[in-house]
Write a protein that binds this ligand. Structure first.
Ligand code: ADP
Ligand code: MG
Length: 624
């Protein structure tokens, strides 16, 4: 007898311990969700068995009726959930019920604080799954046997959720898993027929397998089916209630919160398939993790094939959840095969359009709800500008922008609204990229636009500078970065405003150029400044600051490039500079002017310490 026969004790992975502790406290008011999680797992296990049985029908043996059954004992305060699905080996039990495999879990848990409501929200987004049992159970016993193992290779896993579990190899005649909860003293309500029934109807009705319970009739040992046991997406739209759609979403997404909207469609004809797509109400914790699972749940003629089939949607729609059930894909289709299977590409293109149409409809019907979706997923959607040129026209309508008109970041505009408000003679759509809304608002580059009443889009998301370069024009109007050279401004009446003071002699331009040789690429008189003495302007084909930072952070070598300095000849400081013969003072002022322009860009002066000492010297001089 090997070691595996004896009972062994193991510690949970640190993340599991942490999750258990947090969950038991913060999910207390949602405790009944444990049943949904366990039934959802049972249904997954049945799906997996049916999938493996395509190639190995012998796995089903004579136990072909796949189902979940619940049993309870109110006197003992126990509840048991049994499935005849794929089951677990001893090793499976140790890794599946003792660790969390999702990458980024530790960081995620590290972010949780003391606020239980906030924690509940975040944990809901993470998904607690099996571990939710410990909200109501003082002890959980899992007995299981993998479908391809002998009866002597069953496993018993026991834990009271306080840091350890034991494993034991057992005889188990039946395939699949049985989970018994010893309910805490004040949770025995869950060992009650009516309570269980109503929870199944409420949360698990859409499960495609029968969920059964012993009949209420004491003399009968028949099981009765509590749920409707048909795959929800196979039903017609008019037969499915909103609540049922929402519950189904929670089953497939592991999200506790309701989806924002969904789109359920059957496509007939040459290629038959049904899809049910959802827009979630919030982002998963790993939205920005490149390795995070994404994609739709794939079924072929109602047989579950795989989770996270990423072939059916582009990367920029990775937040969409849902199911696709194809009538004519081969049952043995693998992830690799999907790439070359005829028809998959056409489905991807159709599902992409469907998703965008669903978003567009939401934006049209309910702008304020759409605003929330944009807040959550707008940054991801914008990647589509680069990724998906074929749907650019639709995507562009989905874009929302803060502009110089926005009182706060919540106020967003569409490009159509922007164009509608363009001033007489304005030919371009202007935008500014910056680190934050506040930084954008105070950029010297906006001065002339403010003065002339021209709206500017303010782009402050991490990827904006990159994404926006793919949007070269909208409605026939080119997009122009106001921080770059070659800016064309409409002639407006305001531009003829007389300046109260005569501008400085423009010989300062050449003088400054000499002084700042090597620091800036050029010095020019500017027509874009009102209140600031100077600003930095990037050449048309140079990398912008955001891109530069991103590439540097990714460890790439970025070619050096120097911006040009544009001068406001009417500014008092510039006029003062132009008037000085003192070379040392001129050089100091030049330093300060460049340093300020760098700061206004959200950067540090090239030599911060020197900048400070120069500034102090000038201040001391003017004070004396
Ligand atoms: P998830 O369902 O999101 O994978 P859970 O915490 O709910 O996470 O479950 C963890 C893992 O435990 C599952 O992925 C599965 O491998 C295993 N598991 C849980 N319940 C069962 C079951 N009834 N039958 C087989 N495996 C199960
Ligand atoms: Mg689960």
């Amino acid at each position: 007898m090997g070691d595996s026969q004896t009972s062994t004790t193991h510690g949970f992975q640190a993340e599991v311990k942490q999750l258990l502790k947090l969950m038991i406290h913060s999910l207390y008011s949602n405790k009944e969700i444990f049943l949904r999680e366990l039934i959802s797992n049972a249904s997954d296990a049945l799906d997996k068995l049916r999938f493996e049985a395509i190639e190995q029908p012998e796995l089903l043996a004579d136990d072909t009726e796949l189902k979940v059954s619940l049993a309870f004992d109110s006197d003992a305060g126990t509840l048991t959930i049994t499935d005849n699905g794929i089951g677990m080996s001893r090793d499976d039990a140790a890794s599946n019920l003792g660790t969390i495999a999702r990458s980024g879990t530790a960081e995620f848990l590290g972010k949780l604080g003391d606020d239980e409501r906030e924690n509940a929200r975040l944990i809901g987004q993470f998904g607690v799954g099996f571990y939710a049992s410990f909200i109501v159970a003082s002890e959980v016993t899992v007995e299981s046997r993998r479908a391809d193992l002998d009866a002597s290779e069953g496993v018993r896993w026991i834990s009271s959720g306080d840091g350890e579990y034991t494993l034991e190899t057992i005889e188990r005649a039946s395939r699949g898993t049985s989970i018994t909860l010893k309910l805490k003293d004040d949770e025995t309500e869950f060992a009650d027929r009516y309570r269980i029934q109503s929870l199944i109807r409420r949360y698990s009705d859409h499960i495609a397998f029968p969920v059964m319970m012993p009949s209420a009739d004491e003399d009968s040992d028949e099981l009765e089916t509590i749920n409707s046991a048909t795959a929800l997406w196979t039903r017609s739209r008019s037969d499915v209630s909103d609540d049922e759609y929402r519950e189904f979403y929670q089953h497939i997404s592991h999200d506790f919160e309701a989806p924002v909207c969904w789109s359920h469609n059957r496509v007939e004809g040459k290629r038959e398939y049904t899809s049910l797509l959802y827009v979630p109400g919030r982002a998963p914790f790993d939205l920005w993790n490149r390795e995070a699972p994404r994609g739709l749940k794939l079924y072929v003629q109602r047989v579950f094939i795989m989770d996270d089939a990423e072939q059916f949607l582009p990367l920029y729609l990775r937040f969409i959840r849902g199911v696709v059930d194809a009538a004519d894909l081969p049952l043995n289709v693998s992830r690799e095969l999907l790439q070359s299977t005829p028809g998959v590409e056409a489905m991807r293109s159709a599902l992409t359009k469907r998703s965008l149409t669903m978003l567009k409809k939401l934006a049209n019907d309910d702008e304020s709800t759409y605003a929330g979706v944009w807040d959550t997923f707008g940054e991801v959607l914008k990647e589509g500008l680069a990724e998906d040129t074929s749907n650019r026209d639709t995507l562009v309508e989905l874009l929302r922008f803060n502009t110089t008109r926005s009182e706060d970041t919540a106020q967003r505009e569409t490009l159509a609204q922007y164009v509608e408000r363009m001033v007489e003679g304005q030919e371009a759509i202007y935008y500014l990229t910056a680190e934050s809304h506040a930084a954008a608002q105070s950029s010297p580059h906006l001065e002339v636009f403010r003065k002339r009443g021209i709206e500017v889009l303010l782009l402050t998301d991490r990827l904006d500078e990159w994404a926006i370069t793919y949007l070269t024009e909208y409605d026939g109007k080119p997009l122009q970065d106001v921080r770059r050279d070659g800016l064309s401004l409409p002639e407006t009446d305001a531009s003829e405003d007389e300046v109260s003071e005569p501008p400085a002699d423009d010989s300062i331009v050449a003088r400054l150029k000499e002084t700042l040789e090597g620091v800036v690429s050029d010095v020019r008189a500017s027509d874009r400044l009102v209140d600031s003495p100077a600003c930095l302007v990037t050449a048309q084909d140079d990398l912008g600051m955001q891109m530069r930072k991103m590439l540097e952070a990714a460890g790439q070598e970025v070619p050096e490039s120097k911006p040009a300095l544009e001068l406001n000849l009417s500014h008092a400081m510039v006029r003062q500079m132009a008037a000085t013969d003192d070379t040392a003072r001129f050089e100091d002022l030049a330093q300060v002017i460049v340093g300020q322009a760098q700061i206004a860009e959200g950067r540090l002066p090239s030599d911060p310490a020197q900048y400070v000492s120069t500034l102090n010297r000038l201040l001391a001089e003017s004070a004396s």
